[in-house]
Design a protein around this ligand. Structure first.
Ligand SMILES: O=C1O[C@H](COP(=O)(O)O)[C@@H](O)[C@H](O)[C@H]1O
Length: 225
């Protein structure tokens, strides 16, 4: 499989079109299955997609939503990915979705990884996965230089792992390569020239240097200036 690249005239068009595509994939899955799982990134880029998706006409009561990674901070902290999700996605029609919060309140993410793996297991494979990417080519919390990156990128990695990296401000919890790469539909959302250049560079590198690389062959990349 090779990466599909979609370029949009502006960020608004990107958000509308990507949200529509993700909603269609979830709806199609729900026509043949009882449940669907939507996995999304944190950070700032996906906000407009969330805003549109939250109003999508879907049977949200049969959809489980989770993040691909979380910063180990309280749910009300300004850097919490869950906080962003609650404000921009889990509202309107999407308020009916089940949400699996990766932040458990345990002192360290290591304390929570095993229980989280058991919690997400019945919801796999992910039906629709949206990934973001940092300028350093990290995706989810798979950071270049992360203390357990090689383990998290291994094909036999545990589904959920704690990870620490210089580029991350706080300890993280992340879904790992086997869970992410096994998603039925994979989308990558990036905006701006710097991220486009980083993505093009990542395509020529090893996942250990550019973790997003691990998912590109099966992904549709969505980009706007
Ligand atoms: O720290 C994170 O960063 C990436 C990219 O975020 P953005 O703000 O540049 O869009 C995000 O995909 C990841 O989920 C998040 O934890």
């Amino acid at each position: 499989m090779t990466m599909e690249f979609c370029e949009y005239p502006d960020r608004e068009m990107l958000a509308l079109s990507l949200a529509d595509r993700m909603a269609s994939q979830l709806a199609q899955h729900l026509r043949a299955n009882d449940h669907a799982t939507l996995c999304v990134p944190g950070g700032t880029s996906p906000m407009p997609v969330f805003e549109t998706l939250s109003g999508a006409d879907l049977d949200w009561g049969r959809v489980t939503v989770m993040l691909g990674d979380e910063r180990w901070v309280d749910g009300e902290h300004k850097r919490s990915n869950s906080r962003l999700l609650r404000r921009h996605l889990l509202k309107d029609k999407a308020a009916a979705a089940e949400y699996i919060d990766l932040y458990t309140g345990d002192p360290q993410p290591e304390d929570a990884a095993e229980a989280l793996a058991a919690r997400i297991a019945p919801h796999l494979p992910l039906t629709v996965l949206l990934l973001g990417m940092g300028n350093d080519m990290h995706t989810a919390s798979l950071f270049p230089g992360g203390d357990r990156l090689a383990e998290a990128l291994a094909t036999d990695a545990p589904p959920v792992m704690a990870i620490r990296a210089e580029g991350a401000e706080e300890p993280r919890i992340t879904l790992t390569r086997p869970v992410l790469a096994n998603a039925i539909n994979i989308h990558v959302l990036i905006t701006g020239p710097e991220k486009r250049e980083a993505l093009e560079r990542a395509a020529r590198l090893d996942p250990l240097e550019a973790p997003i690389r691990a998912f590109l062959d099966a992904a549709t990349v969505h980009w706007a200036e």
